[in-house]
Design a protein around this ligand. Structure first.
Ligand code: SF4
Length: 499
């Protein structure tokens, strides 16, 4: 799946739509998570208030991010953590590889983390000859399959039980079985040995608490707990937007995140890590490294509209609710962040030029906005990005046409709308135009419809050709409402005069 890119979204989406097995798996999973989310949200009478509160906390953080980051770093360092700043993916990867090489590490265990997917950390580590193994079951499955995650919280959502069973048989050499308990226990057996042998554990971070320098990681399988406590060194990679001001703020986010993501009241494990162990006899790693990643986030922060995307807590609810994601899944987006929030974040991370198709991968139905626990107005963000794309295209066109020479699409549109307003402002002109339209349409009407317009007409009137290339157009009625009205009045008068 790695060959799928953001630039080929349209083709990716068409291929996904033709994959019946994929669509079946997606339908089952997204509807299950959607139903569970709704039940969990309905179980909290103050759900809407919590969403408002969460958004207010995130807004406070984002408006004062410099202050809270400094506080977080000071508190984390005072408890023994070592903090590293990374401007982009290359710097973050370089830091992690250097830390691993300096310690002579060979084996690395990793827990599920979207930010490490974003920077393609595994590829960078493997290039250094390091052996990395994903320890989340879903991530382990897609690592075995050589694929990328297709969902923010359920990486292997696109795979059926049968496909996973076949994969385990092919890669791990087990007897064919579709017994889920057996498959899970095989994976557990492999992973336990890796935990015990690992030199370094790498994780992401769900929340970083400025007040205490604590990081919090949520999970259901216990693999994060093992990744962050068994190896001697723990490296946590964290986007700079993950900060919360106070420990007490977790009360709000721990109610919202699991309910929105999987419909759980709380995830099975919450690893709350504050610095390194104090005494040799304590459990936990000897070193804790926090890699704080920017990678385009400061740019998003600078704009009042795009800033709200940084409030995302990566629950995945907008993916499950999105009618586009439900049909095509995550790989079609060609990005580690799929679905509605991916269509917003990806263009800002890799540039609008490379991801210009993604903001259009939405019907703007608003389902994502309805379910988002931090009230991100994703449709507004998508429209904002679409406007930026259009403006960029217009600028390019104007430059290509040269100053003062040729008529650009933008100018043509302005002229067309002015002409339209002029005609609509005059009843007589409007009627003449309708009559001319009726005359002209005879050339293109087939079976009472204007279908695919002939090539000559398309060339003469390109917008008409574009419209009818995919749909039929209704012809202008042979008699307009005004004419019928006048005829009716004339008939009434005739009747009245006869009486
Ligand atoms: S945008 Fe909202 S719903 Fe979507 S993943 Fe982020 S927090 Fe969840």
């Amino acid at each position: 799946m790695s060959h799928l890119t953001t630039e080929t979204f349209d083709a990716n989406a068409r291929a996904a739509l033709a994959d019946v097995q994929l669509r079946g798996a997606l339908r089952n999973a997204t509807s299950l998570f959607g139903t569970r989310r709704l039940a969990a949200a309905n179980g909290l009478p103050n759900w809407q208030d919590l969403r408002t509160e969460a958004r207010a906390i995130k807004d406070e953080v984002l408006l004062n991010l410099d202050k809270y980051l400094e506080q977080f770093v000071a508190n984390a360092e005072s408890r023994g953590a070592q903090v590293h700043w990374a401007r982009d993916a290359a710097e973050a990867n370089e830091i992690v590889c250097r830390l691993a090489n300096e310690r002579g590490a060979r084996k690395i265990v990793k827990s599920k983390s979207m930010v490490t997917e974003e920077i393609h950390l595994n590829v960078a580590l493997e290039k250094q000859g390091l052996e990395v193994i994903e320890t989340d079951l879903g991530e382990y499955i897609i690592q075995l399959a050589g694929e990328a995650p297709s969902h923010i919280i359920v990486p292997a959502i696109h795979k059926t039980k049968k496909q996973i069973a076949e994969l385990f048989t092919a890669k791990l050499g087990i007897e064919p079985t579709d017994d889920v308990d057996r498959l899970t226990s095989v994976a557990r057996g492999v992973l336990r040995q890796r935990f015990a042998a690992a030199d370094i554990g790498i994780s992401g971070v769900n929340f970083g608490i400025a007040e205490t320098g604590t990081i919090l990681i949520l999970e259901n399988e216990g693999n994060v707990r093992l990744t962050t406590s068994l190896p001697k060194v723990h490296i946590a990679v964290m986007g700079i937007e993950k900060i919360l001001p106070r420990f007490a703020d977790l009360d709000v986010f721990l109610k919202l995140l699991p309910r929105s993501g999987t419909g759980q009241q709380l995830t099975t494990y919450q690893s709350i890590i504050t610095g390194t162990k104090r005494r040799q006899t304590d459990e936990g790693p000897q070193e804790l490294h926090l890699v704080l990643l920017d990678n385009g986030r400061s740019r998003m922060l600078a704009h009042p509209v795009t800033r709200q995307a940084l409030a995302c807590i990566r629950c995945g609810a907008c993916l499950n609710a999105c009618p586009v994601y439900q049909q095509i899944g995550g790989h079609a987006y060609g990005s580690v962040y799929p679905g509605p929030i991916g269509a917003v974040i990806t263009p800002q991370l890799i540039g609008l030029g490379k991801a210009a198709q993604l903001p259009y991968a939405s019907s703007l139905c608003g389902a994502c906005r309805e379910v988002c626990p931090v009230k991100i107005d994703i449709p507004e963000l998508l429209l904002h990005l679409r406007a930026e794309i259009t403006e960029g295209q217009d600028r390019t066109q104007e430059q290509a046409a040269g100053a003062g020479s040729g008529i650009t699409k933008h100018r043509m549109e302005r002229v067309a709308f002015k002409l339209f307003a002029f005609v609509m402002g005059s009843p007589r002109l409007y009627e003449w135009n309708a009559k001319a339209g009726r005359l002209f349409q005879r050339l293109v009407i087939r079976d009472g419809r204007i279908g695919k317009v002939s090539r000559i007409v398309s060339r003469l009137a390109p917008p008409l050709g574009a419209w009818t290339s995919d749909r039929d157009m209704r012809p202008i009625a042979q008699r307009s409402f005004r004419e019928l009205w006048r005829d009716g009045l004339a008939d009434d008068r005739k009747c009245a005069s006869k009486q």
